[in-house]
Design a protein around this ligand. Structure first.
Ligand code: K7E
Ligand code: CUA
Length: 653
């Protein structure tokens, strides 16, 4: 909130207003009492700010969306694994490279799990990471620009779902395979899956912007690795991952991967793995994967990597252990103290919670049930802290508040269940509309939750919104969790399918926002530092337009001497140095998106003219009173024409 005083005042006024409204609606047989109260709890008056930034995964949109809480207002869409015509992301020459992979240009993915960076287990607001499920990648978004800054492809992976989960100082981003595959990939019968397909758990360096890389990969049995969470405090140095399909079935998994009474949580001692790697364990395996980074000049640099460090559990004893966990677990979540590890067994009748201390004791005592593929399986009873009994149906994911409570999403019974750490008793439950997947409490997966709100991220909305054809809005729901009972405050639609989300207090980010890119630091090779340098240059069939924008004109504006057969690059530099003054650039007939150029930045639109004539370009962003005057023409002549290259500029400098 900008000012607490003003906020209170507004709330008081609103309460008065809503009180009156409630009176009327009661008389009219309207909504039940109490909702007016909820409305005031989420009302952010015009000119006021929200209290939290929330980052929602866009699921199959490939994007991240940024919302304010408690209002549920959409503030921003951040394209990550997608092209986004609104700002030319993935269309401009500078940003296309971010979508390069070893398979080529892939402008789509399925992004599930945003993760904020942490320092000593506390959300610090430097970066947001998110996974690409389908063509395995991990992205880092810079939270001073709200722009994707880096994308690393993950080799030896298929279905990068247990990803990205960060360690408590962002040392590593942990990313694991959902689908086991032949490693290395080879031509073999699918029927020989069992014993031949494998999974990998990748530890990606996370705290060195521009240098994300796979530090090492642990090869694990051919299960499905579903979700992950890193240890903290007591359990720092460990990471926990759920598995299903420990049956190693390869067909009709709904039956064949549900036979075992218990699957596993894999507990990975990554500190130990680090030591093994430092001592020379593991091997360098050939692998081709691409690293993309928004480098100097705000141009993507793509680099192909050719090898990855691979570690087998047998290379490094005491690195991986299995904790039996009922039954096809989905989520795994570590409480703020780092002691408790809660799992969500999709088909389980309880929520099992393991004890980190008991796990260490069992390891110390070598209290193994068995050993599979060189990995010790601890006894369930030896590591169990407790079970939340009769929680509901279909537990998936757990978040924690700062008062010692866990909150678990129950997919099948469609509710949030609140339970107490230590006694494991259910203390409250609240319905979610409908079929909740993840839930999110700001900081609720870190060492420091801000336990004011919980957000339910629902899979199905049915009747909650105005119908919009066959596809309905996906939805989030906001609950107040400060009292004994969860209180539903707000429904709000989301973009794409929201899986997980993250949030943090607004003050952590507000004051660090980049407002401009300083012109004098613009290192783009085709930047135009001032209007005097605006020009058009031909080199064979390639024409480069060094264009500037400033309120309210382009330089150059009219261009002649372009011919069919040319490839034209408009390198547009926005000379503005004021906050919130981007200019847009759109060229008629360009088979491309617009550019939206931030102050001090250079962005490039590639255009191959296909018709003779005179065609306009214009500014797409309403930048000033004379925005509509911000336009120009390009004359396109036939191939071989002798029309000379010429242009007009508004240069006075
Ligand atoms: Cu939707 Cu985390 Cu991909 Cu559970 S996952 S719901
Ligand atoms: Cu520049 Cu509108």
């Amino acid at each position: 909130m900008k000012t607490i005083g003003a906020k209170r005042w507004t709330l008081a006024l609103l309460a008065l207003f809503l009180g009156t409204a409630a009176l009327y609606s009661c008389q009219a047989g309207g909504p039940s009492a109490g909702m007016g109260d909820a409305a005031s709890a989420v009302y952010v008056a015009p000119g006021e700010y929200d209290e939290f930034y929330a980052f929602m995964s866009g699921g199959f949109s490939g994007n991240v969306t940024v919302y304010g809480l408690p209002s549920g207002r959409l503030l921003r869409t951040v394209p990550v694994f997608s092209q986004f015509p609104e700002n030319g992301w993935g269309y401009s020459e500078e940003t296309k490279g971010m979508l390069e992979t070893s398979w080529g240009f892939i402008p789509w993915d399925d992004a599930h799990h945003p993760q904020l960076s942490q320092t000593e287990g506390v959300t610090d607001g430097r970066w947001l990471f998110i996974n690409a499920n389908n063509t395995p990648r991990v992205a880092r978004i810079d939270l001073t620009t709200f722009e994707t800054d880096e994308i690393l492809e993950v080799p030896n992976s298929a279905g990068n779902h247990a990803s990205p989960f960060i360690t408590e100082n962002t040392e590593y981003v942990v990313a694991s395979t959902r689908f086991s595959v032949p490693i290395p990939q080879r031509d073999m019968p699918i029927s020989e899956y069992k014993g031949n397909f494998q999974g990998t758990i990748s530890f990606i360096r996370g705290d060195d912007p521009g240098n994300m890389d796979v530090a090492f990969q642990i090869v694990v049995p051919g299960y499905n690795y579903d979700l992950s969470n890193a240890g903290r405090k007591a359990s720092a140095g460990w990471a926990f991952l759920t598995t299903y399909n420990t049956e190693e079935a390869h067909t009709l998994l709904e039956v064949n991967a549900s036979r075992h009474d218990k699957d596993f949580i894999a507990a990975v001692h990554w500190k130990r793995a680090e030591t093994c790697v430092a001592e020379g364990a593991g091997r360098d395996m050939p692998a081709e994967y691409i690293h993309n980074h928004m480098g100097p000049g705000r141009l993507t640099r793509s680099e192909t990597k050719r090898s990855v460090k691979v570690l087998e559990p047998s290379d490094c004893p005491d690195m991986v252990f299995f904790l039996p966990t009922p039954k096809s677990p989905h989520g795994v979540d570590v409480d703020p103290s780092g002691e408790y590890i809660a799992a969500g067994g999709k088909l389980a009748a309880v929520i099992p919670v393991h004890s980190f201390t008991k796990m260490l004791q069992a390891i110390e005592a070598r209290d193994y049930e068995t050993v599979v593929d060189g990995i010790p399986v601890l006894r369930y009873e030896a590591v169990l802290a407790g079970e939340v009994k009769e929680p509901g149906l279909g537990p998936l994911h757990t978040e924690f508040d700062d008062q010692g409570f866990g909150y678990t999403s129950m997919f099948i019974s469609s509710e949030i269940v609140k339970w107490k750490l230590g006694t494991w008793e259910v203390v409250d439950r609240a319905p979610a509309y409908y079929s909740i997947g993840h839930l999110m409490i700001p900081g609720g997966d870190s060492g420091q939750p801000w336990g004011k709100y919980a957000v339910a991220l629902n899979k199905i909305t049915k009747d909650r919104y105005l119908p919009t054809g066959p596809e309905l809005a996906h939805a989030a729901q906001l609950y107040d969790i400060t009292g004994d009972r969860l209180r539903l405050l707000l429904d709000f639609p989301t973009q794409g399918e929201p899986h997980y989300a993250q949030a943090l207090p607004a003050h952590i980010l507000m004051d660090r926002q980049a407002r401009i890119f300083p012109l004098e630091e613009n290192a783009h090779p085709h930047a135009t530092p001032g209007e005097g340098a605006a020009r058009v240059e031909r080199s064979g069939n390639v024409v480069r337009v060094y264009m500037t924008t400033i309120r309210t004109h382009f330089s150059p504006d009219n261009i002649e001497g372009i011919r069919l057969g040319d490839t034209v690059y408009f390198h547009v530099t926005n000379l503005e140095q004021d906050w919130d003054v981007p200019h847009g650039f759109a060229m008629m007939g360009a088979r491309n998106a617009e550019l939206l150029v931030m102050p001090g930045e250079t962005r490039t639109l590639k255009w191959v003219p296909t018709r003779v004539g005179v065609y306009p370009f214009y500014c797409t962003d309403f930048c000033s009173a004379l925005h509509q005057e911000m336009q120009g023409y390009v004359r396109v002549s036939p191939a071989g024409s002798d029309v000379a290259l010429s242009y007009s500029t508004g240069a006075t400098d």
